[in-house]
Design a protein around this ligand. Structure first.
Ligand code: JFZ
Length: 468
């Protein structure tokens, strides 16, 4: 229930315009009682994604999302606050004078991101409000010529990320609600319809593609994170053309699923998938509190345990987490946001073997908790959230011999004992592994089971007992 409220709060900012879209989505999510695999957007991603180029993404597990823009000044919702007419566009733009970036230290941002354990970062180069963080030759709204910052804040950040060997993702909103060339202005105001003025739409596309080419040429990003595709059909966006032009000379660039039909991976939002998504590549984007950008009134921060719960859930289901921070308008980062990233980072560093480069785990029928598998499938990592009441964890239906059980990041070798194993049938029995209290981690203790070969799960029904 609480989770649903959070989802509502985030969606609330946009549900006027996206009425159709949201009611569909909420419809999906509210359908309790029936098993609904919400946000299953498999159909929206490309079938022929080049697997080679996805390797780093698949192995990365964690990315840091950055929502930084005008909205941090007053601490209001990014773009949606004026779109939904909570304040006028004019007042929204008054934030330009407060976007100072006076304490912006891109190297410190990059260090924090690196220390969080992330392997990539995605930054809002331009949200739906059209405010560009770089020195663009297109449009009328950017950090250099219009905001108090009077400087390009995107380039130094991207340089700093690259210096730290982090992959670079660029978030780009297809819609630009501030541009006179764009169709939508606010929830009650449309400038025009494409059919009425196809030429004006063409001018918008030229402007938008001009910016995309600037970003491509300036930064050669590893990943494009599109957003806002729901406002027009893919033909209107000419999404195939966008993909072709962005991949030209940069064929290994990854594209998210919000360039309708042209994406390489799925982007479920906020809702942690309850069921393992079918897509080979997916990434959950998630806020630390209930806001994407900085909002001083929103103190509903997830605890470090909860952040790690979500992270472990994602990786055990074979996906990535794109965890969001919202820096302040002066470029400083809230201490709570920093703390959450650093806590996650130190937990990941201790357990890196069970995280990076692993594969999705095994079904819960075999172990009451999340798991991952090493690439060769010969090590099974068990994530133990709580303190087992009898000091033992239980693994069932694994046909392999467990050569060794040890605590990841601590090294203690654990004793094990098997029950219900009868020599005359193949039923593998039930293994109890001792987990002494001294080895328990603050968040998740990870136990590695070293197997005698690639994992074999036993799934047969047992027949009658024929001997005794
Ligand atoms: C979009 C933006 O509108 C929002 O401001 C934020 O930047 C977020 C990361 O992305 O919002 C969406 C987009 C897609 C869905 C929900 C919210 N969706 O598919 O569920």
């Amino acid at each position: 229930m609480e989770r649903q409220m959070i989802v509502f709060r985030i969606l609330e900012t946009k549900n006027k315009m996206k009425h159709k879209f949201s009611s569909l989505l909420l419809g999906f999510m509210c359908f309790s009682g029936t098993i609904v695999k919400s946000q299953d957007t498999t159909a929206k991603i490309l079938k022929d994604t080049d697997h080679e180029k996805m390797v780093w993404f698949k192995q990365a597990k964690l990315g840091i999302f950055i929502h930084w823009g005008l909205y941090a000044v007053d601490g209001i919702s990014e773009s949606w606050s004026f779109y939904n007419e909570y304040l006028s566009h004019e007042d929204y733009l008054k934030q330009l004078s407060g976007f100072t970036a006076a304490n912006f230290k891109p190297k410190e941002w990059a260090k924090l991101i690196k220390d969080s354990g992330a392997k990539y970062s995605v930054i809002t180069s331009k949200h739906h409000d059209g405010f560009a963080l770089w020195n663009t030759n297109y449009g009328h709204l950017n950090a250099v010529s219009h905001a108090a910052a009077k400087k390009d804040v995107l380039s130094p950040l991207i340089d700093a990320l690259k210096e730290k060997e982090l992959k670079v993702g660029i978030y780009f909103s297809l819609p630009d609600w501030s541009s006179d060339l764009y169709t939508h202005f606010t929830t009650s105001k449309r400038r025009y319809a494409i059919e009425q003025d196809p030429q004006r739409w063409q001018q918008y596309l030229n402007y938008m593609n001009g910016q995309l080419l600037e970003l491509k040429n300036n930064y050669t990003p590893d990943l494009w994170w599109f957003d806002g595709d729901w406002e027009h059909p893919p033909e209107a966006w000419e999404s195939t053309k966008i993909r072709t032009s962005l991949l030209k000379g940069a064929p290994n660039t990854i594209i998210n699923s919000r360039l309708t039909g042209q994406g390489d991976y799925q982007t479920p939002e906020i809702g942690v998938p309850v069921y393992r998504p079918e897509a080979k590549y997916w990434e959950l984007c998630m806020t630390l509190n209930d806001s994407w950008g900085y909002q001083q009134t929103d103190n509903n921060y997830k605890t470090s345990q909860q952040v790690i719960d979500i992270f472990v859930d994602c990786i055990s289901k074979g996906g990535n987490l794109l965890l969001d921070i919202g820096p302040k308008a002066d470029g400083s980062i809230d201490p709570i946001q920093k703390e959450r990233l650093l806590e996650l980072g130190s937990w990941i560093r201790k357990h890196h073997k069970a995280v990076y480069g692993t594969e999705k785990g095994i079904p819960y029928e075999h172990f009451y908790g999340p798991t991952t598998l090493s690439k060769d499938k010969q090590t099974l990592f068990l994530f133990v959230r709580d303190i087992p009441k009898d000091g033992k964890i239980v693994v069932k239906g694994i046909s392999n011999t467990i050569h060794r059980a040890y605590v990841v990041g601590n090294g203690s070798i654990l004793s094990q004992n098997k029950i219900a194993k009868l020599y005359w049938n193949k039923y593998p029995g039930i293994s109890y592994i001792d987990l002494p209290i001294e080895t328990i981690d603050t968040y998740y203790t990870v136990v590695a089971l070293v197997l005698d070969g690639p994992i074999e799960l036993y799934s047969e029904l047992n027949g009658a007992v024929e001997q005794n």
